[in-house]
Design a protein around this ligand. Structure first.
Ligand SMILES: [Zn+2]
Length: 112
């Protein structure tokens, strides 16, 4: 009976790892987690390894996080701080980092 419980816990833990690997490749975390639970974590891990990364999702996540941006000339993804596009060598407009709430609240505290 104890061995049975250990087997289920291992199944779920490995499924969580497989889902995290899939997520890091730009795939749906929940899709791969449930696929792993239903089929097998090992088979799903092999599917994840064999699958090509979801480049569109990874790019949109990088842009949303403020680490990267799209070149206005060639539409390729470049680092947010870049001044010249590595793809088309055109000059990029000045990067304005996204304002976060902590600096706003700090500014508010110094004024008050
Ligand atoms: Zn470019």
């Amino acid at each position: 009976m104890d061995l049975y419980v250990i087997y289920i816990v291992l199944w779920v833990v490995v499924s969580l790892i497989v889902a995290s690997v899939a997520s890091s490749k730009g795939h749906s975390w929940s899709d791969y987690f449930f696929l792993s639970l239903i089929i097998s974590p090992i088979i799903t891990l092999l599917i994840v390894i064999a699958s090509s990364p979801n480049q569109d999702k990874l790019e949109s996540l990088a842009i949303a996080s403020g680490k990267e941006r799209k070149c206005p000339s060639c539409a390729e993804i470049v680092k947010a701080e870049a001044k010249i596009c590595k793809h088309c060598k055109s000059e990029l407009p000045k990067f304005i980092p996204p304002t976060n709430s902590t600096t706003v609240s700090d500014d508010w505290n110094t004024r008050a």
